[in-house]
Design a protein around this ligand. Structure first.
Ligand code: SAM
Length: 566
């Protein structure tokens, strides 16, 4: 059967319930990943993702009747894939949840229970706002208590007894298991100025006790698959119950459909991908958060169980059968020793983009509560605390793609997706892949479902969305072309932008230029042999070949458009 290459961007679909069960950074749209798998592999063939993350490639492969090997250094990745793809009876899962509810809901709620001074009723608060001096978590105190009474969303100052109730929780910590994992690599802290030094300190003492009680009950579930689904709801609840949930001033919400709100603030989220201590933060009721996350897990499993009928999930390698099989490997992509030479039919993968997201650091909140230790020495990243700079990154990425080249069958394809603001990271990854022997065939810009208007209106902004880059393993390995003199490279960049603007026939946003620029530079044979960011070249050409004109939306100036200077 003749292969039809994907040459145009695809439309990103709505995120399915099965991919809303747990958060992960940089998750790829499943409908697009699936379209690539179906175009570049046949039923019963084997697909590989060597940087699997939340596991989209693996799950979509078995869903499409392929076998898959997925590899990631973090054990969280195999856990997410396993829980997503393992067959379970969802009515049994509901039963397992009910057992947990019966065992610990009342005990957890008693940690929060209080009396409404207006009505005298017993209530279980849903949230507490904590406030205190900057960088002094030990001195933080409750400043607001939230609960619902009838239709009303109440907010009031705490009583001394409520503060005492929260502080008392610490005395019971010895009753439960709480992780002792540090937020550091040996003696080097994840973040220099951070005041929170351990995973435990990411939660206040009452949340820790509640989480400990809950985890203990989950561990008693005997059925492994059900226990893992409950653990998924548990780990998914860890962010929202942490002290990293910020307080935002009320944006005028009046409590939505559910009635009147007298609340002065709103619940934010863990805004930045780092561990930090917001002095004003929420404490969210652990039971409620777990219950909400469980509902998402149940919905996700109900959606996917039917679709994955007849497939199986195994840890590591397994005897082959007729069923599409997902093989999970917690390992480094630089050592794919579990895979034989020329055993893979298609690779779809999404590598780390320099140090933009510190996957192992950020995953520590989850892996610590899973009681898993992760050795970051093998992580492919740029991170001075791990002693890894741009050179180490490029060399590790190269090692990983040498392995990818070894295991892929000759004549077959690999797609690598990129999302990086930094051109040097981009070109380092491309160079490393071509040096591993792959032929770079095609660059495609894949726009995101929605782009923020601030990103779009920037006159010199970086690319929004992803690039999907197609490589092929041929009999003869590829070689990186000779470096092009800077002057020639500048000409390629400037001429490419001229072409884009001439074709547009009117002033356009910089984002639209970028969408095609890398493709044109690649077609001119200049993408692989330069470290010079084309954006820096273009900035210097404004006032020469190009000019910026006002960009108006509804009569208001929102930014600038690029145009050819007449
Ligand atoms: C961009 S993410 C992949 C996200 C994935 N596409 C998804 O949809 O969820 C990159 C992944 O590479 C993993 N990683 C980093 N160093 C690695 C290594 N040496 N071997 C394997 N995986 C590694 C990280 O843990 C992270 O999950």
């Amino acid at each position: 059967m003749k292969l039809e290459h994907i040459q145009v961007p695809l439309v990103e679909g709505k995120r399915e319930a099965s991919y809303q069960m747990h958060r992960y950074y940089a998750r790829k749209p499943s409908n697009i990943v699936s379209a690539y798998i179906q175009a570049y592999s046949q039923s019963n063939e084997t697909v590989l993702d060597l940087f699997s993350g939340s596991g989209v490639t693996g799950v979509e492969s078995i869903r499409a009747g392929r076998n898959a090997h997925v590899v990631d250094l973090s054990p969280l990745s195999a856990f997410l894939s396993r829980v997503t793809a393992t067959q379970i009876d969802t009515s049994k899962l509901e039963g397992a949840f009910k057992r947990i509810e019966k065992a610990v809901k009342a005990e957890i709620e008693s940690l929060y229970a209080t009396t409404c001074p207006n009505t005298g009723e017993q209530v279980v608060p849903t949230h507490f706002v904590w406030a205190g001096p900057k960088n002094k978590p030990d001195e933080a105190r409750i400043s607001k208590v939230w609960y619902e009474i009838g239709d009303e969303k109440a907010e009031r100052a705490p009583t001394p007894a409520e503060q005492e109730q929260a502080d008392e929780a610490k005395k019971r910590h010895a009753e439960v298991w709480i992780p002792s994992t540090k937020l550091s690599y040996g003696d080097k802290e994840f973040q220099k100025s951070n005041v929170l030094k351990t995973v435990a300190e990411l939660h206040c003492s009452r949340a820790l006790l509640a989480l400990g009680i809950l985890r203990n009950a989950i561990q008693k579930e005997r059925n492994v698959a059900l226990r893992e689904c409950l653990m998924l709801a548990f780990t998914a609840a860890l962010q929202q119950t942490s002290r990293l949930v910020i307080v935002i001033s009320n944006r005028g919400s009046k409590g939505g459909k559910k009635g009147k709100s007298t609340r002065s603030v709103e619940v934010g989220s863990w805004g930045r991908p780092s561990y930090w201590y917001p002095e004003d933060h929420f404490e969210v009721n652990v039971w409620n958060t777990f219950e909400n996350r469980f509902k998402k897990v149940l919905r996700g499993k109900e959606q996917i169980v039917e679709e994955l009928q007849g497939t199986r999930v195994v840890d590591g390698k397994a005897r082959s059968t007729d069923s599409p099989t997902l093989h999970l490997h917690t390992a480094s992509a630089t050592h794919l020793t579990m895979l034989a030479d020329s055993s893979i039919d298609y690779i779809f993968t999404d590598p780390p983009y320099g140090g933009a997201i510190q996957y192992i650091e950020l995953g520590t909140l989850w892996t610590a509560w899973m009681d898993q230790e992760v050795d970051a020495t093998q992580e492919i990243t740029i991170n001075p605390r791990q002693g890894k700079g741009a050179a180490e990154f490029e060399s590790m990425i190269h090692e990983a793609f040498c392995e990818a080249h070894r295991v892929l069958k000759s004549g077959k394809w690999m797609h690598v997706t990129f999302h990086s603001k930094h051109f040097d990271i981009w070109s380092a990854i491309l160079r490393a892949i071509v040096q591993a022997g792959f032929h770079l065939e095609h660059v495609l810009h894949q726009p995101p479902l929605r782009a923020s208007s601030t990103a779009l209106y920037q006159p010199f902004g970086s690319a929004v969305g992803d690039y999907y880059i197609r490589f092929q393993k041929r009999k003869k390995a590829a070689v990186v072309p000779e470096a092009m003199p800077d002057e020639d490279y500048e000409k390629v960049v400037v001429n490419s932008v001229k072409t884009i603007l001439e074709e547009a026939g009117k002033p356009i946003m910089f984002q639209h230029i970028l969408n095609r620029l890398f493709v044109l530079i690649f077609e001119a044979g200049a993408l692989l042999n330069t470290k010079v960011d084309p954006i820096s070249i273009l900035k210097k050409r404004v006032g020469h070949e190009f000019e910026l004109v006002p960009h108006e939306v509804d009569g208001e100036e929102v930014g600038s458009l690029w145009s050819i200077r007449r």
